[in-house]
Design a protein around this ligand. Structure first.
Ligand code: IMP
Length: 178
């Protein structure tokens, strides 16, 4: 399969759509088993998690709500290290079981910030569901409850993840080659 070009970079196919769908379904099934009587509030972290959350919620069949927040720490290929404020959470999380739905846990800085904020707002139990994790990049002591796929510490695009705003619409995952 030929590499694709996004802006100044080439990317090669690394995880095809069928594998993604299977892994996401397994996360949904695990959540159905674990949280059946917990009335969870799913919090989808935009923009990157929109596709994962969309597919995940088709498998999740327990009573639940879903809402959306936004923040970002990335600028191009490298983390800026600075995580912006969490915006857009209008629902009360006091006493709620919350599931944070993320595209990827990379260094863990973003997730640490989200967890701090949700704890401060009074969430009773917080679980993390991430589409991807780069275990070798983790810099924070964060336990991720649900991981669809673990990947090496390379820059990827597709299935919601972007390179400078592009590539989010790809249904497969592509890894930078040059
Ligand atoms: P962290 O704070 O370093 O864990 O980074 C989390 C955010 O960085 C994710 O929500 C993504 O939006 C972005 N990110 C991390 N790795 C990649 C990647 O390989 N491609 C695109 N975005 C990424």
């Amino acid at each position: 399969m030929n590499p694709i070009q996004i802006k100044d970079k080439k990317f090669a196919l690394s995880i095809p759509d069928v594998e993604i769908q299977k892994a996401v379904r397994e996360v949904g099934e695990a959540i159905n088993r674990d949280l059946a009587d917990k009335n969870p509030l799913f919090i989808c972290v935009l923009n990157g998690a929109f596709m994962f959350a969309g597919d995940l919620m088709k498998t999740v069949n327990i009573p639940c709500e879903i809402t959306f927040i936004k923040l970002s720490s990335y600028n191009g290929l490298y983390s800026t290290g600075a995580v912006k404020e969490m915006i857009g959470l209008n629902e009360s999380v006091v006493g709620r079981n919350v599931v944070v739905v993320e595209d990827i846990v990379d260094t863990g800085l973003t997730m640490e910030r989200i967890l701090e904020s949700l704890r401060a707002k009074g969430a009773s139990e917080i679980k993390i569901a991430t589409f991807l994790q780069k275990p070798d990049a983790l810099q924070r002591d964060i336990t991720v409850d649900y991981v669809a796929m673990r990947i090496p510490n390379d820059f990827i695009v597709g299935y919601g993840l972007d390179y400078d705003g592009y590539g989010r619409n790809l249904k497969d995952i592509y890894t930078v080659v040059d």
